[in-house]
Design a protein around this ligand. Structure first.
Ligand SMILES: Cc1cc2nc3c(=O)[nH]c(=O)nc-3n(C[C@H](O)[C@H](O)[C@H](O)COP(=O)(O)OP(=O)(O)OC[C@H]3O[C@@H](n4cnc5c(N)ncnc54)[C@H](O)[C@@H]3O)c2cc1C
Length: 395
């Protein structure tokens, strides 16, 4: 039976918004997900899900449904793009699963989104409203009222802003917060894995480091395709995840790489790109009956592959807080932000730091390579304990 009087509006039905609806639904709390798109444009690239994310997905009952579309990489192989030399291997596969009690997976964002959407649709307390582009919020009365661009309305006891990086709701919580272009651009392409030469055919995540640019590749679609993401310093400020990108411009950032290191970039076609933005950690994630989650609250740069994971973690904790403080959304949201802000800020900081390390040049690059080469495989994985050991935070 749905719990009375707790209907939660969720603006944004992306990864975090759907995860929040599922987490609430499993606790019998009603929610209405207001999503701008018609769920038909779920493009995007691959997503890596560390054990912290898969543990949360397991708790939401979604892991089993996405696993057939996902891939379990055996390791992260780290290379220097200028020399083509392999510097380190971080064991994943069975090692990571034994250590953290949950698998490390790679998959296409669309497959993760489809799994979340199917789970949300199967839950009685969840209503999905595609085509609802939230443009205004009225939280003056006892309820929160959301208005769509076409005049449609939705009413709830509280509202979660899960509307992503270019959030419409963020200014309601922190009017002074503004996204800053980092000066870097991410590029993505996908290609079939059949006939790829070594080492690109290996069942691993490949991470190639270079001055002012790096390259990541990993299998998706159950292992059929290879997702390729390159990050280069430069580019323009543009909104959206799906800009067209020219291979020529991309390759001009890799001229110093060895022929073999950059051969994957030359094979791939149909490049799409998106500009990378950062946001200084927010002082608060909520005001009264409105709270932010995922990229709306704390966008992370992609260097630790934690954007989706943080949004899913937020969703689980937020639902637990709403359940614990039924009838008092402001108190539930204060507890949620107290639990989540330090974690999110740490991941934001560490992601930026990893980006700086990936793109080192000159003597610092050589020093980095030496450190990576000397570190044991076990130590390489242990360094991520703080990230992957994260447990559900109790309210
Ligand atoms: C189409 C798409 C493709 C993406 N591709 C990549 C990628 O290739 N690589 C990568 O690292 N990250 C990508 N992302 C972002 C990634 O999914 C998020 O960084 C991460 O999962 C955090 O999830 P989130 O729920 O906070 O945001 P998202 O998963 O981005 O979800 C935000 C949702 O809010 C909706 N929305 C926005 N404004 C409104 C509004 N005013 N009213 C109603 N709904 C609204 C959006 O349509 C979207 O569905 C993509 C996001 C989208 C929407």
């Amino acid at each position: 039976m749905p719990k009375q009087g707790e209907r939660v509006l969720i603006a944004g039905g992306g990864i975090g918004g759907l995860a929040a609806a599922i987490a609430l639904g499993r606790r019998g709390i009603e929610s209405e997900v207001l999503e701008r798109s018609r769920f038909t444009e779920e493009t995007g690239a691959g997503i890596q899900l560390g054990p912290n994310a898969t543990r949360a997905l397991k708790a939401l009952g979604v892991l089993e449904a996405i696993e057939p579309h996902a891939f379990r990489p055996e390791a992260i192989w780290i290379y220097d793009g200028l020399s083509g030399r392999r510097l380190a291997s971080v064991p994943l596969g069975r090692h990571a699963e034994d250590r953290y009690g949950a698998p490390y997976l790679t998959l296409h964002r669309a497959d993760l989104h489809a799994g979340l959407r199917a789970a949300a649709e199967s839950l009685g307390p969840v209503t999905l409203r595609p085509g609802f582009d939230v443009t205004a919020i009225d939280a003056q009365g006892a309820d929160v009222l959301a208005r769509g661009v076409d005049g449609s309305e939705a009413k709830g006891a509280s509202l979660i802003g899960a509307d992503g990086l270019w959030s419409t709701l963020r200014p309601l919580i922190m009017p002074e917060a503004s996204l800053r272009f980092t000066g870097a651009t991410a590029w993505r392409a996908r290609l079939p894995r059949g006939n790829l030469p070594a080492p690109f055919d290996a069942a691993v995540v490949g991470l190639w480091l270079g001055p002012r640019s790096h390259l990541v590749h990993y299998p998706v679609r159950g292992g059929d395709d290879l997702n390729v993401v390159a990050v280069t310093e430069g580019g323009a400020e543009r909104q959206g995840w799906n800009q067209s990108g020219s291979a020529e411009t991309l390759l001009s950032s890799f001229t110093r790489w060895t022929k073999d290191s950059k051969s994957l970039l030359e094979r791939a076609a149909g490049w799409r790109s998106w500009s990378l933005y950062r946001l200084t950690p927010l002082r608060r994630f909520s005001v009264g009956r409105i709270a932010l989650l995922g990229d709306a609250a704390h966008p992370v740069l992609p260097y630790l592959a934690q954007g989706a994971a943080l949004a899913i973690e937020d969703a689980v904790t937020l639902a637990a807080c709403i359940d614990a403080w039924q009838g008092d959304p402001p108190q539930a949201f204060r507890r949620y932000e107290a639990l989540r802000r330090p974690r999110a800020a740490r991941v934001q900081r560490q992601s930026r730091r990893f980006g700086r390390i990936y793109h080192l040049s000159g003597g610092l690059r050589l020093a980095r390579n030496l450190v990576l080469e000397r570190r044991s495989e076990a130590a390489a994985l242990q360094r991520f304990d703080w990230l992957y050991r994260h447990e559900d935070q109790r309210p």
